[in-house]
Write a protein that binds this ligand. Structure first.
Ligand code: GTP
Ligand code: MG
Length: 455
């Protein structure tokens, strides 16, 4: 059988493994072996490694997100209140190391800043979705590394989203519905009615019913406390019916009876006073006043591990599957046969090479086309140049001819002038010759007759 498994295909190997499982028999132990300590080993290992838990608080500015976190963990976390003038929604993340008994918890609180403060709230959910995806992506990248160190990796994936609903007493705002709808496949959402001291008990009951029906009618999936584990099935089942939790946050400690309690005290007298307390106040930890205790029980004491597990097995798994499919990975081929990573890689590589060749061919064609276009352009330009040259040449010839004609006429004029000049000179010289012979004759006569007057 073993040889068969070694020589066969992957399918055969799988059948072999299954057959091994089917043939598994229960055998009694003669004495104590010790593997019953496995759960303890697991606990010890986990405690040594420590735990991490990441909470995302989504809610409008000033709805009491920071106060509730301080109240939940009984401490004062840092954080400045946000202004209402943010141009867009941002996320602020802080990580703290907490220690309770010998258990260490790396707690990350991510809070929205400027949520609900813009006039156009259409894209308010986007930064939140992008943030959640970025944490999944970082985990996936770590998982895909050749040398992965997941045990030392700081897992920043969001385990729970506390969605703060304003205590309007009316209904959910469209911003709430849209945001929760966009987030419900990515994170465990626990809706809570914030500042529930601002609303009366009867209004609160109606408001809770209204919210639940609106979430159902809009197909928003909120986190349900698990009821498959017998030890918590009853309490979780009951608590599911109490959602959304109506909470009050306060870091102020007041003496109620003999005990110091976190409470909110009011200056007016319409709110029912707490036991033995003279001024009207709401004790955060009094279940008759709000669901704070229920939230703390469900979130931290009972279901923290389930929230972590759901994040990994449901939300991250969905992200991972979509991402790997997007990258071309698949488990089975079209004939439903297992598809190995190697085959996927080869197929993807061939597809990539094919695309590369196609791109190369396209670029070559484009280059040839461009060269042709350029050649045609150059030819056209050459033709234009020739035509221009011919035009200029003809113009030049015409000009030259005109100049030659002008020169010829000027030469003729010069010749005529010269002829006239010669004739004039001739005439002049003839004239002066005649005048000279008369003077000679007079000189001769004077010589012969000095008394002759010539004047
Ligand atoms: P940003 O971070 O600025 O968006 O505000 P936030 O949502 O963190 O609110 P924060 O906790 O700073 O509280 C804002 C104001 O509301 C403070 O004055 C709190 O004291 C008050 N507050 C917080 N929780 C409650 C509550 O449950 N009831 C009432 N009435 N006031 C509360
Ligand atoms: Mg805050």
């Amino acid at each position: 059988m073993e040889a068969e498994a070694n020589s066969g295909s992957l399918e055969d190997s799988w059948a072999f493994i299954q057959s091994l499982g089917e043939g598994c028999r229960t055998v009694p132990l003669a004495g104590h072996v010790g593997f019953d300590s496995l759960p303890d080993q697991l606990v010890n290992k986990s405690v040594t490694q420590g735990f991490c838990f990441n909470i995302l608080c989504v809610g409008e500015t000033g709805l009491g997100k920071s106060t509730l976190m301080d109240t939940l963990f009984n401490t004062k976390f840092e954080g400045e209140p946000a202004t209402h003038t943010q141009p867009g929604v941002q996320l602020r993340s802080n990580t703290y190391d907490l220690q309770e008994s010998n258990v260490g918890l790396k707690l990350t609180i991510v809070s929205t800043v400027g949520f609900g403060d813009q006039i156009n709230k259409e894209d308010s959910y986007k930064p939140i979705v992008e943030f959640i995806d970025a944490q999944f992506e970082a985990y996936l990248q770590e998982e895909l590394k050749i040398r992965r160190v997941l045990h030392a990796y700081h897992d920043s994936r969001i385990h729970v989203c506390l969605y703060f609903i304003a205590p309007t007493g009316h209904s959910l705002k469209s911003l709430d519905l849209v945001t929760m709808k966009k987030l419900d496949s990515k994170v465990n959402i626990i809706p809570i009615i914030a500042k529930s001291d601002a609303i009366s008990k009867s209004e609160l009951t109606k408001f809770k019913i209204k919210i639940t029906s609106e979430l159902v009618s809009n197909g928003v999936q909120i986190y349900q406390f698990p009821t498959d584990d017998e030890s918590v099935a009853e309490i979780n089942g009951t608590m599911n019916a109490h959602l959304p939790f109506a909470v009050i946050g306060s870091t102020e400690e007041l003496k109620i009876g003999n005990k110091m309690m976190k409470a909110r005290q009011y200056p007016w007298g319409t709110v029912q006073a707490c036991f033995h307390y003279p001024l009207p106040c709401h004790a955060v930890e009094n279940e008759a006043h709000c669901d704070f205790v229920k939230l703390r029980e469900m979130l931290i004491r009972v279901n923290m591990e389930d929230l972590r597990e759901q994040t990994h097995s449901r939300h991250y798994e969905l992200y991972r599957r979509c991402k790997l499919e997007e990258m071309g990975f698949k488990d089975t081929d079209p004939d439903s046969k297992p598809f190995s990573l190697q085959e996927t890689y080869e197929a993807k590589r061939n597809e990539f090479l094919g695309e590369l060749q196609k791109k190369e061919e396209e670029m070559r064609q484009m280059f040839v086309q461009r060269v042709k276009e350029k050649e045609a352009e150059l030819k056209e330009a050459e033709k234009e140049l020739h035509e221009k040259f011919d035009r200029l040449k003809k113009l030049h010839q015409d000009e030259k001819k005109k100049l030659e004609d002008k020169k010829k006429s000027l030469d003729d004029e010069v010749n005529a002038f010269k002829q006239r000049k010669t004739a004039a000179e001739l005439l002049q010289s003839q004239g002066s010759q005649a005048g000279g012979s008369q003077t000679l004759k007079r000189d001769k006569e004077k010589k012969n007759n000095p008394w002759l007057c010539t004047e």
